[in-house]
Structures are given as C-alpha cells and as structure tokens.
Design a binder for this molecule. Structure first.
Ligand code: SF4
Length: 469
C-alpha cells in the first residue's frame, strides 16, 4: 500500500459559472445579473464579476470574493443597460489572483469585447506557446485571455467570423458568454461538456450555466443550448447557428453526480431525481445489514434518499451541517483539517449511538475528509460505519474544467475498496460501478466518464501536465 501525502483540500472543485442577459429596453443589468450569479455561487467562490454595455461603452467590475461581497452594491445602484454578462470563478491553489478573475474585457481591432468562460481548453498550452512565440503578451494564466487573443488576431474582419474561427482552433470544454457591442453571444463546445441553458421572459433573455439561476430570476427555461451551437441575442431578437458538427456528446457525468445544484435541470435531467436514482442503484448491488442510512450533507442527501428507499433502511438525520462555515480557512496541517470538518459537520449523538450506519457520500477523492467523518461517527457511538459512494472510483484527473488531483493523490488509484476502508477506519467501502451509473441515464454514450475509466473524449497530449489556472 502506497503512502498518501496529506493534501490542503479534499474536495474536487469546479471551474466557474456564467450568466448573460439581453433586454429590448434599458434595465438595471448589474442588478439583474446579481441574482443568477448568486444562484451559481456553488460553481465558484473565489471571485465574481460583471461586464455590461452602457451606451456603447463597455464597463466591467470584478474582485476576489463571493457574489454578495463583490456585487451587492449593484443592488442599490441603477446602471441602465441592454446587455451584460457575469461570472463566478473557482481557482486551484496559487491561481486565486485578480488578473485571473472574469469577465475579461478588452478593446481590440474587433471592437470592445467581454468574455466569461466555464471549462478548460485542453490544447491551450500549444495555442498559448504559438502566440507567445509570435510576440503575444499574456497578463494571466487563464484560458479566457487566450481566447481573446485568438479573436483579436483572427484575420476575419467581422466579430462573428473571428469568433467562429477561434472556436475551431479550440479543443476541450467551454460554455461561455461574450458581449460585443450591444450583442450577447453564447457558445457551448461541440462535445457539450459543460451545461448552458437559455430562458426568456417579458423583460429579458437570460443564459446561464444552470437552471437554478433562471429560477431565481423567475425566467422560465426555454431549452438547453446544444453542443456546437452559438446563440446570438440582441434586444429581444435571438438567432442560433451551429459552428461545429456534433456526432457525439461527452457531457460531464460529474455535473449530475456532484457539481450542479440539486434543484437544477442539467442536460435535461433533474439533478435531484437522478441522484436519487444513483442511490437506488447503489443499494441494489448488495445485501443490507445496517440500522440507519445517513447522508453526508449536502452532497450525499439525494442519493441517501434513494438508497434508503431501495434498501428499506430508515434514513436518519445523523450529521448536521454548519452553513456558516465558509471556504476561507487555510488548513495546512491534518489537525487543522480535522478541526475544519468538525466545524462544518456535527454528528447527532442520540441518533447514532449504538447503531450500524450506512454513510452515503457522492465521491471520495483523497480520503482525508472521509477518515475524519468516520472518526466523528465512531466518537458519537456508531457501532459500525459502512461508507457507500454514489459514483465509481475516481482514478484519473480531469482536463475539461474540473479540479481533480493528480493520479498519485487519488486514493482509488492507490488502494482497493478494502484497503480504503482500512485507511479511513470504516467497516467497509463500496462504489457505484460504471455499468450501474450508465444505466441511470437514458443515453449513456452521451456522457464523459474519463475520471473513472481514463477514456478521454478529447486527445490529451500530456496527461501528467495539469492545468495551472
Ligand atoms: S473527466 Fe470526469 S469530471 Fe472531467 S468532464 Fe469527464 S466526467 Fe466530468
């Protein structure tokens, strides 16, 4: 059994959420963007920002911090505009810098452009090297700046043709919104890795990463933007065109397992209902001997409901989450990390003492949080703790916009489920097999499972090199 280095963080993270608005009349676009961005906060907590067009002038504001800290002043101010975009950003360690915050706005030979991006361009290193050799100067490490460079350097005269030419150079995952003059562009990559949805009401057209952003703004969903589709929205007019042919989809299955909010509809699936189905599928693969099913809140809640229903084991509220625990704590030592988990999750001793527990979580990454949780439950008097994960074993990094650690750090890449149980102090550990996960969706071939099986839908040149943004 290999020794695992203790990491600074034991969750996998997302690379951002986006929103874009157009309206036929002047409305307070910054205020209107606040609400969808607030609803998308789970997709990124490191920085937030907006850009909008005010009588031909592109204005933007962004800063490090949560939406409520960075953008709440716009709830008190009036900034009439007809088009705007916004962004929330997650960053990996060391890249939490203001210059990487979005939207990015530039003035170039194609005019004024603002861009907000969710995803990861898997050939960005080659494209960046090429531009660097030709004299381009980069001020950040983000893909967003690279995309703006490519648009500016395009030999196409009009903006839309330059954008399409740029998209055809890019590989990997991108759902993004752009402003050019008074027009909003929204684009989803040809494999459809990240979600992007379109809604409309009498006031505005709203495009966002998830439907929860539309619901918060009381904008009914029209449809999801298709892989390889570009939406062009100006005032209340809207047109659509395909910039790439799409023979195959590779939607990120992890959006449904963990990342998206349970009240969202993603890839036309109710996230909550699908997670319940995964929980039911997990329960069906074994005989049951425990007294209670307990969810790790909030990520395991929906799957635990399904598991309890299918196994006929009572679901108990065994762990309470402290919602005031933020992400601001740096936890360089094991003791501090353990204290962090104890501050966030509290066992309810009366419910747990003397019971055999089936603990449901969505996934296990390095195993540090799981080992602390198992210890918490044992200290609360649990007789047995059986950890069940509603995803398959994560064995490979992601190159399409999700921050998964290196192979060496992934516990499932180093240990069998029996060894993991021993390592985290549980009585047993088991996972939802990929075959069962595939059976949970109607169109299993339309999804990416690469972090489980290493079958990357886009050729990744050097899988050992991880993205720095
Ligand atoms: S590798 Fe995993 S996390 Fe990344 S896009 Fe594929 S399914 Fe999603």
């Amino acid at each position: 059994m290999k020794l695992l280095k203790l990491p600074p963080n034991d969750r996998i993270g997302h690379y951002c959420g986006v929103a874009g608005i157009t309206s036929a009349r002047e409305i307070n676009i910054p205020e209107k963007l606040f609400y969808p961005l607030f609803a998308l906060q789970h997709r990124g907590q490191e920085s937030a920002g907006i850009a909008y067009n005010n009588k031909g002038q592109l204005i933007f504001y962004k800063d490090l911090g949560m939406v409520s800290n960075v953008l709440s002043r716009y709830l008190q101010e009036d900034h009439p505009s007809m088009v705007g975009i916004g962004h929330v950003r997650y960053s990996t360690q060391g890249s939490n810098k203001l210059e990487n915050a979005q939207p990015m706005a530039i003035s170039c030979n194609k005019g004024q452009i603002a861009l907000a991006h969710n995803g990861n361009i898997s050939n960005s290193m080659e494209l960046r090297d090429q531009l660097f050799r030709q004299g381009s100067i980069f001020q950040s490490t983000s893909d967003t700046e690279l995309i703006l460079h490519l648009i500016a350097r395009s030999t196409q005269n009009d903006f839309k043709s330059a954008l399409i030419e740029t998209l055809q150079l890019m590989q990997g995952a991108y759902s993004m919104v752009l402003i050019h003059d008074d027009t909003l562009y929204a684009v989803r990559d040809p494999l459809g890795f990240r979600p992007l949805v379109l809604g409309k009401n009498a006031d505005m057209t709203l495009i966002a990463s998830e439907t929860c952003a539309l619901d918060t703004s009381r904008v009914p969903q029209d449809r999801q933007i298709k892989p390889g589709e570009m939406i062009i929205a100006r005032g209340d007019t809207l047109s659509s065109e395909r910039f790439a042919s799409c023979n195959k989809c590779s939607q990120c299955i992890f959006e449904l397992i963990y990342f998206s909010r349970p009240d969202s509809t993603v890839f036309d699936y109710s996230v909550h209902m699908l997670r319940k189905k995964m929980g039911r599928a997990l329960a069906r693969i074994e005989a049951h001997t425990s007294d209670l099913v307990i969810a790790v809140p909030d990520s395991g809640n929906s799957a635990a409901l399904g598991y309890a229903a299918a196994s006929s084991i009572p679901l108990e509220h065994g762990l309470t989450r402290n919602h005031y625990y933020g992400r601001t704590f740096i936890q360089p030592t094991r003791e501090m990390r353990e204290f962090g988990v104890r501050m966030k999750l509290h066992p309810i001793k009366k419910a747990i003492a003397g019971k055999r527990i089936t603990l449901i979580d969505d996934s296990i990454v390095r195993g540090t949080t799981s080992s602390i949780l198992v210890r918490l439950l044992r200290e609360a008097g649990a007789k047995e703790v059986h950890l069940r994960l509603s995803s398959p074993e994560i064995k490979h990094p992601c190159f399409f916009g999700i921050d998964i650690p290196t192979r060496e750090e992934l516990i499932s890449n180093n240990m069998t489920p029996t060894q993991i149980a021993e390592y985290i102090g549980a009585d047993s550990v088991s996972f939802l097999p990929i075959s069962s996960l595939r059976e949970c969706v109607d169109n299993p071939d339309d999804f990416c499972y690469a972090c489980f099986n290493g079958d990357y839908p886009v050729q990744v040149k050097d899988p050992a090199v991880r993205r720095k943004d």
